[in-house]
Design a protein around this ligand. Structure first.
Ligand code: ADP
Ligand code: MG
Length: 467
């Protein structure tokens, strides 16, 4: 760290802190991610180093440029370019409801796809595609960031990530505890495209259980017909529940309404380089991905790394999986499940008893899951409450400054006197009434309390409230 000077903390993500720093050598600004690795096992640490080496080999105009990495006092530091334009999430929120023009969306989409193609062609998965990991540079170029890191740190912080982080990009297969694959990245890309078109998340709910249900059903509000058929149709393809039916990133870029934009973002040499590569290595099939070849991919699926534990959101949040329980709502909605049930021959008594036992067992499991879900919900409510308390404290501090700087003649003090909400109007305050500084902010605080009252249900993440 001695080569860099910390300018400020720019965020605290699910994996650690992010700092804006200045190089002492040339004064250039960079972002440093600080990730605690002391609690990782040796194997995981090795895996992390291997993954960072993969990151180091990435170089693409639409990928945030990695600079270097080092380890110091139990932390892994990853140095990368600073994107001055901020992230797409902030950009979307700053629109205040005004939709982006289609031209803008398509230009961003093509750049994100070019980055993702570069990654997927190397048989590497991003695993954390979200609008907060897509950045804008000073000149408006879109860059995909944070790739690889999610995979490195997957096993140790996955639970925290799902609970505290942004669960909106979870794909149906991940909810159903199936392996993450390149098409899971494509689902997340669909979520980002949807956000660009609607300024909202495609799958939103008051609690994790309902969120997971919505994802598994693949039900999302339609995009404005203001956007072209091409764009809306692509979105439908990205949100196909069966990962195999989702297009690969190369075939997305093959679509004429997107391919004609590529030349705006890559030089002819880079186009040749990036696309001849695809001809050599056909777009990856749904591959249970991982073991990262540093340079070019070897054919066939790479071994699954130990850092590949998949969380079980569906089970964790008590959402029954399609086809498991004939009585549940998801199953009723599932056409495939219905057909299977219709085809089944009548059960014999012995089989019937076994079936009954199985159902009882399932019911028991379901109850256990429900309990886990309730515990988790309580935990998240606590988290939400703590957050609100923090906000309140900050607001209170703000009000204190406002009031103390406005002095004795401030309109607030004149109007409210010293007694807070319950104080009599100024005319009735006896002139000899003593000032009550301790209660001076009560009316603000109670009004703020009203505003900040925890909402019903559990929020999936902090940014539910932000939108
Ligand atoms: P998360 O886990 O949520 O992705 P990060 O640690 O990646 O959190 O990011 C924290 C904050 O730092 C976010 O607001 C993000 O926009 C910002 N940030 C991360 N990397 C960069 C970068 N290269 N350039 C500019 N801002 C960045
Ligand atoms: Mg990030």
């Amino acid at each position: 760290m001695e080569k860099y000077e910390k300018v400020k903390k720019i965020g605290e993500g699910s994996f650690g802190k992010a700092f804006l720093v200045k190089s002492k050598e040339d004064g250039r600004q960079f972002v440093i991610k600080e990730i605690g690795i002391s609690r990782m096992s040796n194997k995981e640490r090795q895996e992390s180093r291997k993954e960072v080496a993969v990151l180091a080999n990435m170089s693409h105009p639409n990928i945030v440029q990695y600079k270097e990495s080092f380890e110091e006092s139990g932390c892994l530091y990853i140095v990368m370019d600073y994107c001055e334009g901020g992230d797409l999430f902030k950009k979307i929120n700053s629109q205040k409801g005004v939709l982006f023009p289609e031209e803008q969306i398509l230009d961003w989409l093509v750049q994100i796809c070019l980055a993702l193609k570069h990654v997927h062609d190397r048989k590497i998965l991003h695993r954390d595609i979200k609008s907060q990991n897509i950045f804008l540079t000073k000149d408006g170029t879109v860059q995909l960031g944070d790739f690889g890191i999610a995979r490195v740190l997957n096993s140790t912080v996955e639970l925290a990530r799902t609970c505290i982080g942004t669960p909106y990009y979870l794909s149906p297969e991940i909810c159903e505890n199936k392996p993450y694959n390149n098409k899971s990245d494509i689902w997340a890309l669909g979520c980002v495209l949807y956000e660009m078109c609607t300024l909202k998340h495609a799958f939103e709910a008051g609690n994790m259980k309902n969120l997971v249900l919505k994802i598994i059903r693949g039900s999302y509000p339609p995009v404005s017909i203001h956007y072209s058929q091409d764009l809306r149709c692509l979105l439908g393809q990205l949100f196909r529940r069966n990962p195999r039916e989702r297009p690969s990133v190369s075939s997305i870029l093959d679509k004429p309404f997107l391919s004609r934009r590529i030349h705006k973002f890559l030089t002819p040499q880079l186009i040749a380089q990036e696309f001849s590569h695809a001809a050599l290595h056909k777009p990856p099939k749904v591959c249970v991905a991982h073991g990262p070849p540093a340079k070019r991919p070897a054919p066939g699926p790479a071994p699954v790394s130990p850092a590949q534990k998949i969380t079980k959101p569906a089970a964790k949040y008590g959402v029954p999986l399609t086809g498991r329980r004939p009585s549940d709502a998801v199953h009723r909605l599932s056409d495939a499940g219905k057909k299977r049930a219709e085809r089944k021959p009548l059960a014999k008594p012995k089989q019937e008893a076994a079936r009954k036992k199985r159902l009882e067992l399932m019911e028991k499991e379901r109850k256990q899951r429900e309990q886990i879900f309730l515990l988790k919900a309580a935990q998240m409510r606590r988290f939400e409450k703590e957050k609100l308390n923090r906000i309140n404290r900050a607001r209170e501090q703000g009000w204190r400054n406002v009031l103390s700087s406005s002095g004795g003649s401030s309109p607030e003090r004149k109007f409210y006197g010293g007694g807070g909400m319950m104080a009599p109007p100024p005319a009735q305050v006896p002139s000899h009434a003593p000032a009550q500084p301790a209660n001076r902010y009560d009316h603000f605080l109670s009004a703020l309390d009203q505003l900040a009252k925890p909402q019903e249900g559990v929020k999936g993440a902090g940014d539910v409230a932000a939108r």
